[in-house]
Design a protein around this ligand. Structure first.
Ligand code: WT7
Length: 650
């Protein structure tokens, strides 16, 4: 048995050749925090600016004088940085490799020149449909090249894209469309995942029947599976028809660095998902620089991030980071276990993937099937592995390292958030000795700190709440349409700092170990689900009086969803009703919010002032009834006893 803090030293080839070596890290990190202006001015030179910024950092977390601005007088266009500037040197280089759901279908290689042309045609078509700078466009697409094309086409004309993950249900689409007032939705007939069809267009149709969605004038439909869909004219238009006659060049919009690039909705501890807003200059600088440094990117790398573009990982590390860097990125439509659990490794061999970035939940799921499905593939092309989305347990880390990476490849365990735009705490493969389960040390310019419940900063070895003392260019700028919520959520808890919502331990070597969310957010397979959202879906069912939802440890998903439900008086509980309620949540939010367990609760543990004591519900869900802690403030202690007795065994 390895010591849990065992070090995996930097491999010799990385120590010798990496872009950032051990001695560089200490020097660059010190420079980045002592003179962030100079450091980030230099980094921004990696982009093509239409107007070079003379201002770099303009940030104050002081609530009286709050602002976050980077490169504020610079001008640029993100699509130009991801496409046009590569045309001369990399026009024929493959920008995207599209690996379809069905492995018997040929993979598609899209060169930078071809991608540029496709983006320009769509950008022209969007303009012809009336879209202009600042308009919001919702994308609800499968993992196909058109998803990338659509994001970059929006960026080209200065429209703000809002990508909605294809696993969300019509209600969730509608909420997001209404919140940002989208004029256009780009979708596809159907998506494909593990040979299963996802009725994307039908979901959009259902969403647009819901009240309040009247901002949408046009729905563009990509023909993907060629499945039958209802086309409602003149609202619905075939994508191929609208782009067909468009020229393959398109004048890019000049964007200020602080003009919005995209909105991406994410769950918080209260209320509806927040529209996280990222702007152009700082975000792109940060996504591109971190992608190059963390993955030690080389010109001939074949880079594969298995995320969906519906999440921030897809935005920063499939689209904007890699393409700004002129890399070759693989876009995968399928799932890890179709047609077999060797699929990931087969795709790696098929395309000679060198850099592979995935989620702990996928690793844990595949680990269950043993080594053989991995070992029957070569994976010799791999040189670096990465993980993101949730803490990785040391067992899964070691399996990933030894079995997938044949003990050759360093693993970058990258901690970050939708809000942060890019990776903040991570090993650098040529500079950082690895500890399984630790995201290790801060990236350049990032100043993490741990605070206790009173906000007192903890020094040295400590465990507390993770805050960031200063800004970085990729930081979100606001919650779309609700700046007060932005300030309240992130900057009021521990004044003068950005509060991440994560708990964290720092060890004697200064390595950070993320322990998970400390707020009412559940991390299910690396996806954030707000307990409040699931609760409100449950109570929207006519038979439900009250619901409380908590996370519990889950072997594969990291955390699962545990729901306690009180029925309205006179309604009888039954297994049928349990199934109906689970189906109801799937229908209201989407399959990713499916409760794993639903326990009938004749009553919920509340304080005398009526506040639900979630701490107790978490302990019951974890099956740790001996750790309930202080229950003296309970209004009715017998409620807890009966919940413990009736606990639903996973
Ligand atoms: C939350 C952010 C970052 C893109 C994917 C998720 C957790 C993320 C790690 C990691 C431990 C991690 C945190 C964070 N998380 N990466 N390497 N180790 N925890 O983005 O949906 O905004 O979720 O994911 O709890 O706060 P997100």
């Amino acid at each position: 048995m390895n010591h849990p803090d065992a070090l995996y030293p930097v491999p010799d080839d990385f120590a010798a050749d990496a872009r950032i070596k051990r001695e560089d890290y200490a020097r660059l990190y010190a420079a980045s925090v002592s003179d962030p202006e100079a450091f980030w001015a230099d980094v921004a030179k990696r982009l093509d600016w239409m107007k070079t910024p003379t201002q770099v950092k303009d940030v104050s977390y002081d609530l009286e004088d709050f602002r976050i601005r980077w490169y504020a007088d610079g001008e640029l266009n993100a699509s130009v940085n991801c496409l046009d500037r590569h045309l001369e040197s990399r026009g024929d280089k493959t920008a995207l490799i599209f690996e379809q759901d069905d492995p018997s279908k040929p993979a598609e290689h899209v060169s930078y020149r071809e991608l540029h042309a496709r983006v320009c045609r769509l950008a022209n078509a969007l303009r012809a449909l009336g879209a202009k700078k600042g308009d919001r466009i919702t994308l609800y697409l499968p993992m196909i090249p058109e998803a990338v094309v659509a994001m970059l086409a929006c960026a080209r004309i200065g429209a703000i894209h809002s990508v909605v993950f294809g696993g969300f249900a019509p209600n969730s689409i509608a909420d997001r469309v209404i919140d940002c007032g989208s004029k256009i939705i780009i979708t596809a007939d159907e998506g494909l995942r593990g040979s299963k069809k996802i009725p994307l267009k039908a979901n959009v149709d259902a969403a647009l029947k819901l009240p309040g969605t009247t901002s949408v004038e046009t729905v563009l439909v990509v023909r993907h599976t060629h499945g039958a869909v209802d086309m409602q004219m003149p609202r619905d238009r075939w994508y191929d028809a609208v782009v067909a006659d468009q020229p393959d060049t398109c004048e890019p919009e000049r964007m200020n660095a602080e003009d919005p690039l995209f909105i991406l909705y994410t769950s918080g501890s209260t209320g509806k998902p927040k529209g996280v807003l990222h702007t152009t200059g700082g975000y792109l600088t940060y996504a591109s620089y971190t992608h190059e440094a963390v993955f030690d990117l080389r010109e001939d790398d074949i880079y594969w991030c298995t995320a969906d573009v519906g999440w921030v990982t897809g935005h920063s590390y499939i689209v904007y980071g890699p393409l700004a860097n002129g890399a070759t990125a693989l876009v995968f439509e399928g799932v890890p276990n179709y047609p077999s659990v060797s699929r990931f490794w087969e795709v790696i061999d098929r395309h000679k993937v060198t850099l592979f970035y995935t989620a702990p939940t996928a690793i844990r799921a595949l680990m269950r099937d043993g080594d053989a499905p991995v070992k029957r593939t070569s994976r010799a092309s791999l040189r670096l592995l990465g993980t993101v989305g949730e803490p990785i347990n040391p067992e899964a880390w070691r399996w990933y390292h030894e079995v997938v990476g044949d003990s050759r490849c360093p693993i970058v365990d990258t901690w970050w958030q939708t809000e942060t735009g890019g990776i903040l705490i991570t090993p650098l493969p040529g500079a950082t000795d690895l500890k399984p389960g630790s995201a290790s040390t801060p990236f350049f310019g990032v100043r993490p700190a741990l605070v206790d419940a009173n906000g007192t900063q903890l020094e040295g070895e400590a465990e507390g709440n993770l805050v960031l003392l200063d800004s970085w260019p990729g930081q979100m700028r606001t919650v779309y349409g609700d700046h007060a919520r932005f300030i309240d959520t992130y900057f009021k808890t521990y004044p003068g700092t950005y509060f991440t919502g994560d708990g964290c331990r720092r060890d004697a070597d200064g390595y950070y170990w993320i322990t998970g969310r400390v707020d009412d957010v559940i991390n299910v397979s690396g996806h954030r689900i707000g307990t409040a959202e699931v609760e409100s879906a449950l109570v929207s069912h006519p038979k439900v009086a009250e619901a409380a939802v908590v996370g519990f440890p889950h072997d594969v998903k990291g955390q699962g969803i545990y729901a306690y439900v009180t029925l309205i008086a006179g309604e009888a509980s039954s297994d049928e009703l349990r199934k109906e309620l689970v189906a109801h949540v799937r229908k209201e939010i989407g399959p990713i919010a499916t409760p794993d367990h639903l326990q009938w609760a004749p009553g919920l543990p509340k304080t005398r002032s009526g506040k639900i004591m979630r701490r107790i519900l978490r302990k019951i869900a974890e099956n740790a009834p001996d750790q309930l802690g202080d229950t003296s403030t309970l209004a009715d202690p017998s409620v807890v006893e009966s919940l413990v007795k009736e606990r639903r065994m996973p």
